[in-house]
Each structure stands twice: as structure tokens, then as C-alpha cells.
Design a binder for this molecule. Structure first.
Ligand code: NAD
Ligand code: DAU
Length: 348
């Protein structure tokens, strides 16, 4: 039985990856390692927690000794590393937390994997999940390719860029078999409502202001989270060692246009008058160092691994809205307590 460690599996993307692997590979044992920060939520995995080929390990990737011990005990064959601090706005107020988890936490996993695997690297793989933000910002035209130079602008993207470099360095220096993917903005069920789409779905539902940063003319390339999970599976199984794969939806939206579409769909779902939710749009102080535009050239993964997104943006957005409207308790649970303090600090 193959033993696969997935870090950050209680978070947004990680929970979809864990579910896909547990259901698709009964011959694998999937270990979900997560320390359960504010973003980690075992409710996301209720449907698979009883499966025989699944275990949850509550642990912090910053704990070097613990990582070493877990690698020795469970003899992982592969790692899919998603655990991270993931929100740009939080990285602006607390950059050290991002260096700690995203850089040092990645290093403690790399060390544990190297130590455990170095006598024989065959059949082993360290898969590092990264972001398109490492490439910095685009102007009005152009796309990020795998050859684009790194040029991160936020503490979050700088910490992810640094972790990408360390993964490559372990490949070059110690021969650790690795693969990296850099993905664009994900959306879908189970995303913590600090990110644009779930935050705005929640605020529209409760008729609260929709805080659009700056003039709203910032562009992101959106991908449905399950399509990302499918790409991760393909890369883990078939990607080439020491390669990078860019993942994106060829689906660029200016924030303001996306917010207007979301308002329109929510008005339809909630039986409100056309245009009602748009009135909640409020332009607020811009995010410092705000990247103007991200857009991924995903032709390598299309060409080499035959992957492409399975849903259109409108389909994905409607599925997402439906999920949040049907999971009121999930949303209520994650927006009580500390979330309120975060919200006050960030927006008031
Ligand atoms: P998330 O914030 O929803 O989840 C992160 C998970 O990591 C949480 O479950 C959290 O508890 C866990 N975690 C955090 N610190 C930890 C630690 N020290 N030890 C163990 N677990 C810890 O993040 P996400 O949006 O699901 O992103 C997952 C990964 O994908 C990240 O590496 C992120 O950089 C990358 N990524 C995200 C997006 C996106 O749009 N969300 C796009 C591209 C890449
Ligand atoms: O590109 C991939 C990245 O996408 C991931 O690596 C990150 O983990 C993920 O958080 C996301 O980063 P962004 O900063 O692009 O996502 P966010 O949802 O925070 O913001 C999307 C856009 O919306 C961005 O231009 C900022 C803007 N925004 C965001 C919030 C939270 C607003 O205008 N108002 C808001 O309140």
C-alpha cells in the first residue's frame, strides 16, 4: 500500500485533494497532516473521516522533530504539500507568521523527507503546491509561463517563492525527487470567507457592504477548486521530476466585473430585485502592493498531461453560491469568534 502524506488537508484546497485521493485510491493510505489554524476545519472532511485508508495527524509542520518522527513512523512514499498561511492581507499585517510556516515549515518537511528517503529515492516524490503570485504582476497583456522570472510583491508571495526555491534546491543539492505547480486563484466550496468570493457571498447574504479594494480594476484568473484537485492528482501521478506546471483557468476577470456577476447571480438565488445587491458595493482603501493582474498560460499541463478545466466560470460560480447557501451552519461556525476580530481590524 502506498502511503501518501497530504499537508494542509483540512483547509480549502487540501480538503478537496484529500477527498479525491481517499475515494479514488483505495490502495493508498492517505495521511492528512494539519495543525488546524483558523483556516483548517475537519468539518470539511466529515464524509470521508471513517474511511479505512484515511488518517488525520494533528501536527505543526514547523515542529522539526515531530516531522522527522512522523516520517519514520509512517514511512511516507509521497508528499503533497499544501499547508501554508494563504491570505495576502494577513501577510501584510503579520509577515513573520508567513516566513515561519511557508518557508521554515516547508524546510522541516524537506529535511524529514531527505533523511527518510536519501538511501533510495526511487518511487518517492515531494510535490510542492505553489501559487502564480510568485511571478509578481502582469501589465494589461501577457501570461505567466513556467519560464517567467520570479518577482513576488507581497510577504505571502515572497514566502511562497522562497519555499519554491528551497524545494528546487533540495532537488539540485540532494537529489530529492520533486515537482512543483503554480496555480491561479481558486474558488469553490469550503473556502474560508476571508477570500474575495466567499467573503462577498456571505456579505451579500447578510446585506453587508462589499469592500472592493481600490478601483476594482484588478484582474485574477479563476479556477474551480475541484479542477485544481484533478490537476494535482495528474501531476502527482504523471508529472516529470524537477518540473514546474502552471495551472489556470484561462478565465480572467476584473474584480469589479466578477463582483457584479456575483451580485446578479445572488439576487436571482435569493429572489431579490435585479440590481439590489450591487448597491452594497463600496470602494475601500487599496491593498498595499496590490498586484494588478495575474493570468496563467496553462498550455504545458494541457499539452503534456491532457488536463483542462471541467466547468465554465458561470457554472462553477453557481455551484459555489449554492454550496454556501446550503451550508449556513458551516459559514456561521467559521465566522464567529476570531473572524469578527479579524473583520473589524481589516475593514473598519
Ligand atoms: P487554506 O488557508 O484554506 O488552508 C491551509 C491549511 O494549512 C489549513 O488547513 C491550515 O490549518 C493548515 N496549516 C497552516 N499552517 C500549518 C502548519 N504550521 N502546520 C500544519 N498545517 C498548517 O489554504 P488554501 O487556499 O487551501 O491553499 C492551500 C495551498 O495552495 C497553499 O500552499 C497556497 O499557497 C496554495 N495555493 C492557493 C491558492 C488559492 O487560490 N487558494 C491558489 C494557488 C495556490
Ligand atoms: O493567485 C493565487 C492566490 O490567490 C493564492 O496563492 C492565494 O492563497 C489566494 O488567497 C489568492 O490571492 P488573492 O490575493 O488574489 O485573493 P483574494 O481573494 O484575497 O483577492 C482577490 C482579489 O480581490 C484581489 O485583487 C484583492 C481583491 N479583494 C479581496 C478582498 C478579500 C477585494 O477587492 N476586497 C476584499 O475584501
Amino acid at each position: 500500500m502506498k502511503r501518501v502524506l497530504i499537508t494542509g488537508g483540512a483547509g480549502f484546497i487540501g480538503s478537496h485533494v484529500v477527498r479525491l485521493f481517499v475515494n479514488k485510491y483505495p490502495g493508498y493510505h492517505i495521511y492528512n497532516l494539519d495543525t488546524l489554524t483558523y483556516a483548517g476545519n475537519l468539518e470539511n472532511l466529515k464524509d470521508i473521516e471513517q474511511k479505512k485508508n484515511y488518517s488525520f495527524l494533528k501536527a505543526d509542520i514547523n515542529d522539526v522533530e515531530e516531522m522527522d518522527k512522523l516520517f519514520q513512523t509512517h514511512q511516507f512514499d509521497g508528499v503533497i504539500h499544501l499547508a501554508a498561511e494563504s491570505h495576502v492581507d494577513r501577510s501584510i499585517t503579520d509577515p513573520l507568521a508567513f516566513v515561519k510556516t511557508n518557508v521554515l515549515g516547508t524546510l522541516s518537511l524537506l529535511e524529514a523527507a531527505k533523511k527518510q528517503w536519501q538511501s533510495d529515492f526511487s518511487g518517492k516524490r515531494f510535490y510542492h503546491i505553489s501559487t502564480d503570485e510568485v511571478y509578481g504582476t502582469l501589465g494589461e497583456t501577457g501570461l505567466f509561463t513556467e519560464a517567467t522570472n520570479y518577482d513576488p510583491n507581497s510577504p505571502y508571495s515572497a514566502s511562497k517563492a522562497s519555499s519554491d526555491h528551497f524545494v528546487r534546491a533540495y532537488g539540485e543539492t540532494y537529489g530529492l525527487p520533486y515537482v512543483i505547480s503554480n496555480c491561479s486563484n481558486n474558488y469553490g466550496p469550503n473556502q474560508f470567507p476571508e477570500k474575495l468570493i466567499p467573503l462577498f457571498i456571505n456579505n451579500i447574504t447578510h446585506k453587508q457592504a462589499l469592500p472592493v479594494y481600490g478601483d476594482g480594476n484588478y484582474t485574477r484568473d479563476w479556477l474551480y477548486v475541484i479542477d485544481h484537485a484533478v490537476a494535482i492528482d495528474l501531476i502527482f501521478q504523471q508529472g516529470k521530476n524537477r518540473e514546474t506546471y502552471n495551472i489556470g483557468g484561462f478565465n480572467e476577470w476584473k474584480n469589479i466585473d466578477l463582483v457584479k456577476l456575483l451580485c446578479q447571480k445572488m439576487d436571482e438565488k435569493l429572489g431579490r430585485a435585479a440590481g439590489e445587491s450591487e448597491q452594497l458595493i463600496t470602494f475601500v482603501k487599496d491593498r498595499p502592493g496590490h498586484d494588478l493582474r495575474y493570468a496563467i498560460d496553462a498550455s504545458k499541463i494541457y499539452r503534456e498531461l491532457g488536463w483542462k478545466p471541467s466547468v465554465t466560470f458561470e457554472e462553477g460560480l453557481v455551484k459555489t453560491i449554492d454550496w454556501y447557501l446550503e451550508h449556513e451552519t458551516w459559514l456561521k461556525n467559521v465566522t464567529s469568534g476570531d473572524y469578527q476580530k479579524y473583520y473589524q481590524k481589516q475593514y473598519k
